[in-house]
Design a protein. Sequence first.
Length: 168
Amino acid sequence: MSKRWDNWTLAFCIALLPPLWAVLAPHINISTGAVALICAGVYVANGNKVSDAVKISIGFLLGDFWAWAALHIMDIMPWNADLELFITLFVMGGLAVIISGLLSKWIYCPAWLCGWAIGLTIMAPLGMEGMKGYPWQIGAAMLAGVWYVGALLDKVQKMMLRWLERKK
């Protein structure tokens, strides 16, 4: 199949599936729907390998938890905010890399670090009281990014290309 058809089918799938998620997300109480696009980007950057989707998902969910935990830890630390931030990021960042390295069969380190950054970016400005259900919303959007915007979109595009190939 030509590169042109590959591009057109990908454009169609991206024009259709992510906007459906964007419309659906608020109706299922997920205000962090755009997170799915970031997570799909990591999935695609890993080569659209559905065989890695579970470990990418685990990485994102660990990152989401890591953000929640980091904010809680910094909230109880008694030092200067900059020192608390540095120590928390130093220790937790190092631990994330070590743990994911030891469990690389089950955890995709870039997803963990990206998920952590996403969680911190969204939850830090909310403060401890404003966080409430955000870790759950973020986690749901992360999974939608990997499985719906990433894996499903790739599968649909490949099906379209096979259909076009048969029509030739």
